[in-house]
Design a protein around this ligand. Structure first.
Ligand code: GTP
Ligand code: MG
Length: 227
């Protein structure tokens, strides 16, 4: 039997980009594609439904909350893939993330945007430097060398359950990486492509989003250092 792969896409006002994301995923091989909508004011939910995704509605805002609500809708998959809805990632590269898990060599695979020059350049400078600081601190405190906190990532469902994710907003990606190290998961990074988003930024494209996300990421690293 082929492994069941479920995809979770948090999306807030991504009506323009979401159809591209959904149509470039290899849908015939996916068990579930879940879009988590936080009361978008545009046609995000319609776009998700019209393009064949399962829509989960979540009232509480937050990237992590959206991921948690998406997880609550999982139907016993073998592998879970997280992907943004803004078409910055290249959905067809999902196989790069899945391969090490399917080969039995990894439990958790992070798509890094810091390896290919073209991807690195597509990151906003604040995201690039913020991520570099975060991965430096993770290496210093937890002893694992990541190069990025990329949103496009795959994890065995059993491992995802074992790490017990809790963060409800911007600490989500860093929490998963730190807990993966602490739990001794077999971690891999693969180089993924990245491009400027379609539509309006919700996080690092705004000053307040960058400040909030940066502060929360650094806070999360210190929080897991002392717990
Ligand atoms: N459901 C939900 N999705 C969210 C929320 N905040 C952000 N997102 C989605 O999470 C993904 C990442 O947000 P982005 O706005 O792309 O943030 P970013 O990638 O840091 O910044 P950009 O450089 O603008 O792409 C996108 O698919 C957003 O629509 C939220 O509160 N709820
Ligand atoms: Mg984005």
């Amino acid at each position: 039997m082929s492994p069941k792969i479920s995809v979770i896409i948090p999306a807030y006002n991504e009506e323009e980009s979401l159809p591209h994301v959904l149509n470039e995923l290899p849908r015939d091989r996916l068990h579930q594609v879940i879009v988590v909508d936080n009361r978008s004011t545009d046609r995000t939910a319609d776009m998700a439904r019209e393009n064949g995704a399962t829509v989960v509605y979540e009232k509480r805002r937050g990237y992590g909350q959206a991921c948690l609500s998406g997880m609550a809708a999982l139907d016993d998959p073998d592998i879970v893939v997280f992907l943004d809805g803004d078409y910055s990632d290249f959905p067809e590269e999902i196989d790069l993330l899945l391969e090490p898990i399917l080969a039995g060599e990894a439990d958790f695979v992070v798509g890094s945007r810091m390896i290919l020059e073209e991807s690195r350049k597509a990151l906003l400078p604040q995201a690039r430097y913020g991520n570099q600081l975060a991965v430096f601190l993770i290496r210093l405190f937890f002893g694992h060398r990541f190069t990025d906190l990329g949103p496009f990532r795959a994890i065995r469902f059993e491992s995802l359950q074992a790490i017990g994710m809790r963060d409800k907003d911007f600490g989500w990606t860093v929490e998963m990486q730190i807990k993966a190290v602490q739990k001794g998961l077999r971690i891999r990074e693969v180089a993924v492509r990245y491009r400027m988003r379609i539509g309006v930024s919700k996080i690092t494209g705004t000053v307040s989003g960058t400040l909030k996300a940066g502060t929360k990421i650094i806070y999360t690293i210190f929080k897991y250092l002392v717990t």
